[in-house]
Each structure stands twice: as C-alpha cells, then as structure tokens.
Design a protein around this ligand. Structure first.
Ligand code: GLY
Ligand code: MN
Ligand code: MN
Length: 439
C-alpha cells in the first residue's frame, strides 16, 4: 500500500479527533511460544492500518496541528548486532523515509518524551483494556503532566477510545484494500481447488491441511488468517474443529474452512466435498440446500439492504428445505419463529471481513441493522450440521456437516464474490476432484 494512503488515513482520523487531542496507538506485543522462541509477530491491525509499520515494539502518536509534525513514531533503533542475528530494522531514519513518520524516537525514550507531547492536549484517544501494563504507563504520563499544572500546563482530562472512529474507517475498504483482499481470496481459492484434487480416502486430515498451507505460501500469502479447519465425517459437524488429525474415510464429507492472509488482509472460505469425489444422494440433498440458502443470502447483498437480510433469507431457505427433507417437522412460519433451525444451523450467516477475519465495524447503527454500502466486505456462510449424536435424525443424514462460505464485496450495483474461483456447484466440485493434479 502506498505511503499516501496511510497518510490519508491518519489525516482523516486526526480531522475527526479535532484540535487539542492526541492519539496513542501501540502495535501488538510479542508473545513467547516456549523458552526463547516467540510466536510469529503480527502487528496490531489498527496500528498497521494507520502506519504500515511492520516491526514490533512500536507506538504511533498522532497529534493534530503539532508544529514539529503530527505523526510521531516510537520504534526500535538500528542495531548492527541485533540485525545480524535477527534481521533488518528500519531504524529511526527508516521510520521517516520508508514509513512517512514526521518524527521518530527510540522506543526506550518514550517515558521521557511522551509526557511533553501530552501537555495542553484536552483529549487522549487511547484504547484501554488491551494491555494493562501499557494502560498504567499512559496513566502515569498523564499524572506527570497533572503534577505540573501549577507551571501553567494543562493536562488532558478526557479519555476516548479511538475504536469507533477507526473502525468506521476500516469498514469501508479502499481500492488498494480490495485489491489485497481479492488476492488473498484468489490464493485461498487455489488452495481449496488443490485440496479437492489431492483428497483421497485413507489420507489424514493434516495432509490436506498441508496442501492448503503449501498453496498459501507458494502463492505469496504470509500467513493463514486463522487456524484451518479440516474436518472429515463426524468432525465436519464441529464448527471450529482444528485438531485435523483423523483419517478421511470413503463415504464421508470433508469440510474445509481455510483462508490465507495476504499483506495483512484476511480471506475466509469454506467448502465441503465428498472424500471419495462423488456426493451420495443424502450428501447431495443437504449440499444443494445449503448452496440454495447461500445463493439467496448473497442475492440480498446490495446497497440499501440491511445487514440481517442475508441471514433472514438463509434461515428461510434452510428451514423450508429441512422440512422438505424431513429433518425438521412442523409449519415453516412457526419453526422460524421458534428458531427450530438452530438445532442444525447454530451460527450466523456472516461477519465483516478485512484485516481481521471477524473484522471491526458495527452491525447496528442507532439500534437498527446497518445498511450495506459499496466497499464493505463480508462473508456469507450458511451451513447445516447433522451429527450422529442428534436425537431423532434418520440414519442417512448422520455426520453430514456442510458449510459453504464466500467473501463478498458490496459494489455500487450489487455485489462481487471475491472467492468465486473456489468451485461450488456439485458438478464443478466432482469435475475438479476427478481431475488428476500434475504434481
Ligand atoms: N473461519 C471462521 C469463520 O468462518 O467465521
Ligand atoms: Mn470460515
Ligand atoms: Mn467466516
């Protein structure tokens, strides 16, 4: 993403914050995995959205109308020894030249410098509760300024979370963000195609997970956006199954929910297919129903419609279909009213998607479901889960768990399915699975 875009975002946020304010936005912490091994570092999404700065140990400070520059970055300095061992650092000069900071200071000097930056600012935009140690430091800096009140400086006395302003901005994706999300979805779709082509009865779930991750990395994604779900048979009915350590049996379905993260943007795709490459008639009936519900839900995504319309459409189709198949018994309206479908469809039909897989942004505005506008991206992911343990379920349905999930962008005239390269109809899936992969 180019520097101008980050600058535009900071300016927009500062315009909304107003004069006499300051924002303090730290990146994520580094977490220890074991002894001296760290988990791979992932910058905080809000921090990264405003700065693009990828290194750990950094805090962005935004100070509207500050003469010496509005964007101050506290970060790591260059250190030849550490850089030889652990990799390059942008350093203070790099923070300015490569990342557009107006001023850059060593992260170790923050306790000295920050109180001065707070002087005569009325409002602090800072999110409490993410990191209690950092919360204490912020309060300590404010107290230092308060103690100097007799010298004529004013200390800030309003604490405001920047979340509302920032998350509204993040909800509407720019052209560059959409390009990154399209790429993430394309990479993930290629991974799902490969999984379909590689799958054979007798393989282990983790072997399919390996094919997914291989494709992600080979095509340039840096991470998985969340732990991949690769569940065969009974495991297809566990919504967030991630053990991925069982054998894939002939006659079972395989539910895969896996998405790559590309340049900080998530994709989130689910596909379900028969392990042996041919849907049984029962699997096909449930699959076609979920597909019909998904298509009805996607059809509701256009400017002006509200957030809950896709969910309502999915529920209607799923409930009617389950009555037709004999999985639910009763009258359609009453079953919907009683939420009888939640026995087999227990989650919602989607969520916002962006830098975070369950992305930020309010779903209701002033108590009403939010209406769709161009630039919003969401998932559409209806499912039906029929575990063998479910009482009263005919034998033929047992252990069929199906979810179909796509990533959908709201456009001016309707929507665009970013993940459309992942096969979805029964015919497309069977054809893809019949096709030998040249490896
Ligand atoms: N992969 C998590 C979800 O679908 O929401
Ligand atoms: Mn998913
Ligand atoms: Mn999802």
């Amino acid at each position: 993403m180019d520097l101008k875009e980050y600058k535009r975002r900071r300016k927009k946020l500062m315009d909304m914050m107003g004069d006499e304010s300051i924002a303090i936005i730290p990146t994520a912490s580094v977490y220890i995995r074991n002894r001296d091994v760290e988990y791979p570092f992932r910058p905080d999404s809000d921090f990264c959205y405003l700065t693009g700065y990828p290194e750990p140990e950094a805090v962005a400070v935004l100070i509207p109308d500050r003469h010496h520059g509005e964007y101050v970055l506290f970060c790591r300095e260059n250190d030849p020894v550490m850089e030889t061992w652990n990799g390059r650092r942008a350093g203070l000069d790099g923070a300015i030249e490569c990342y557009g900071a107006d001023d850059a200071f060593p992260i170790g000097d923050m306790d000295e410098i920050l109180p001065g930056l707070l002087e005569d600012r009325q409002r602090i935009f800072y999110t409490m509760g993410n990191n209690s140690m950092f919360d204490q430091r912020v309060l300590g800096w404010v107290n230092q300024v308060r103690k100097r009140a007799r010298t004529g400086v004013n200390a800030p006395d309003e604490f405001i979370s920047p979340n509302h302003l920032l998350h509204e901005m993040r909800l509407y994706k720019s052209r560059a963000e959409i390009a990154a999300m399209r790429k993430a979805a394309k990479i993930s779709a290629a991974a799902h195609r490969r999984a379909m082509q590689m799958c054979r009865p007798g393989m282990m779930e983790y072997q399919i997970e390996a094919e997914l991750k291989y494709t992600f990395m080979k095509l340039g994604a840096q991470e998985t956006a969340y732990p991949p779900i690769v569940g065969g048979g009974a495991n297809s009915c566990i919504l967030h199954y991630t053990e991925n350590n069982q054998v894939l049996n002939d006659g079972d379905v395989l539910l895969i929910d896996a998405g790559s993260e590309y340049n900080g943007y998530a994709s989130d795709i689910s596909r379900t297919f028969p392990v042996n490459g041919k849907f049984s008639s029962a699997q096909r009936e449930v699959y076609e129903l979920v597909l019909k519900a998904q298509s009805a839900a996607i059809g509701k995504i256009k400017p002006g419609n509200h957030w809950n319309e896709p969910h309502e459409a999915a529920i209607e189709v799923l409930t009617a279909g389950m009555v037709e198949l004999g999985i639910l018994k009763g009258r359609l309206r009453q079953l919907i009213k009683d939420q009888a479908y939640t026995k087999y469809y227990m989650h919602r039909t989607g969520h916002w998607l962006g830098m975070d897989v369950h992305d930020v942004g309010d779903y209701k505005v002033e108590g009403e479901w939010r209406t769709f506008e161009p630039g919003m991206v969401m998932t559409v992911e209806p499912g039906i889960y029929l575990p063998a343990s479910s009482k009263g379920l005919a034998k033929k349905w047992r252990n069929i768990g199906i979810r179909i999930e796509d990533d959908v962008l709201v456009t001016r005239t309707g929507n665009d399915i970013l993940s459309k390269d992942a096969p979805k109809s029964v015919e497309e899936i069977e054809a893809m699975m019949a096709h030998e992969l040249a490896v």
